[in-house]
Design a protein around this ligand. Structure first.
Ligand code: PHB
Length: 389
């Protein structure tokens, strides 16, 4: 009798534990955030994690009736590591969404996991046009290099720049920048006298800059990934390129707000095209920048931070609309979102799953002793020119 009772009690206890266990699992909404937190692209990870945590602090940790759990993992910017972590997050942690992706190869390596597991994958940083075509489950909240490069190729020839050498990092986004800048610049009557590609990791710019000096173009159009702009700017100054009358233009990645202040006088006057500047003049951005700096000991948010912050917005709203639904339901609710970002108006095109936003032409200026990318022209609602129509 006692034994039988004990058996019943233990069966009841395990049943209760089991149901609560399931209830706990279902009551959570899990976001697997995979970022380079160490190594040469650690600044991207730091910016995006800080922005994601700020979004959660401002918008609550419960969404669609579920407690949000943010699982941050360091992929050290190695594609095989990103893919393995994504697999573990999907299989073991049963995350609802995968997010982050600091570089193009990391997003591309992980795309098949999103497709196989039907898990939405929100690209917050990587910016090669073709990424969104690698899986129907990819949504992008960062930007694309063709958006920024075409905008610069339209601005430059109207501003005295007719002869250009391009210099880009030799991988996806750099090749996009080179192609889309060159095609549009030629179409606009400009001349591209050489196209130089530098290694993506630890580049030595010196021999390339020497070549540019010898070619004497009006300007050098540059793309290097976030974080690498400081080394480029230093060598550009050391070689006296600015004094030789060779202007520096590029996408805003080279005058990254995170490190711009440390670049010194040589950066003043550099004109770039991009979707976000810390000094973007709007109430939404002022509030974002103040809160970000307050939460992060004065660190400035850069375009990576805004990609992370907006990515969290897209995830939260989808979780709200579907009450934390299936991967397919979440994906459907991410498509077509339209809202005001700190960058300005922003839209997730339901057809392409890519971001549509303004591209601004900006010039580095000193304001109250600090360097900022000051926006002075706006190209409205720019779609990714890399998408097949
Ligand atoms: C990319 O790898 O897609 C990437 C990384 C950093 C950038 C832009 C693009 O600043």
């Amino acid at each position: 009798m006692t034994n039988k009772r004990a058996l019943i009690v233990s069966a009841l206890v395990s049943a209760v534990l089991c149901t609560t266990g399931v209830a706990i699992a279902q009551d959570k909404f899990k976001i697997g955030l995979i970022l380079p937190m160490t190594g040469p692209f650690a600044s991207t990870g730091k910016q995006i994690e800080a922005a994601a945590r700020l979004y959660m602090a401002q918008n609550g940790e419960t969404v669609g009736g579920k407690k949000v759990e943010l699982i941050v993992k360091d992929d050290t910017s190695a594609p095989d590591v990103t893919k393995r972590i994504a697999q573990e997050l999907v299989v073991n942690d049963k995350v609802n969404v995968l997010a982050g992706f600091g570089l193009t190869p990391l997003a591309l390596a992980t795309a098949p996991i999103a497709t196989q597991s039907k898990t939405p994958l929100v690209v917050m940083a990587a910016a090669t046009s073709s990424i969104t075509e690698a899986s129907p489950f990819i949504i992008r909240t960062s930007f694309t290099l063709p958006q920024a490069s075409v905008s610069m190729a339209d601005w430059a020839p109207n501003n005295g720049i007719k002869k250009v050498v391009t210099l880009v990092s030799d991988y996806g986004p750099g090749i996009d920048a080179e192609k889309y800048f060159k095609d549009r610049f030629l179409f606009n009557g400009g001349q591209v006298v050489d196209t130089l590609r530098v290694p993506m990791r630890n580049p030595d710019f010196a021999p390339f800059l020497q070549k540019v000096r010898d070619l004497k173009p009006d300007a050098m159009f540059v793309f290097v990934p976030s974080g690498a702009g400081a080394a480029l700017m230093k060598q550009y100054a050391e070689r006296g390129m600015d004094k030789a009358g060779i202007k520096l233009i590029g996408t805003g990645d080279i005058t990254d707000d995170d490190i711009l202040n440390g670049m010194g006088e040589v950066a003043v006057g550099v004109v770039t095209s991009h979707h976000y500047s810390t000094s973007h003049n709007s109430a939404v951005n002022k509030k974002f920048v103040a809160a970000f700096e307050k939460a992060n000991a004065g660190l400035r948010p850069n375009f990576m931070a805004v990609g992370g912050y907006d990515g969290m917005r897209v995830i939260y709203e989808a979780a709200k609309a579907t009450k934390g639904g299936s991967g397919e339901e979440l994906l459907a609710a991410m498509k077509g979102q339209i809202f005001e970002s700190p960058r300005g108006p922003m839209f997730i095109d339901a057809q392409t799953r890519d971001v549509v936003h303004n591209i601004y032409i900006r010039k580095v200026e000193k304001v109250n002793g600090q360097l900022y990318n000051q926006e002075f022209e706006t190209l409205k609602d720019v779609k990714d020119p890399g998408k097949k129509k």
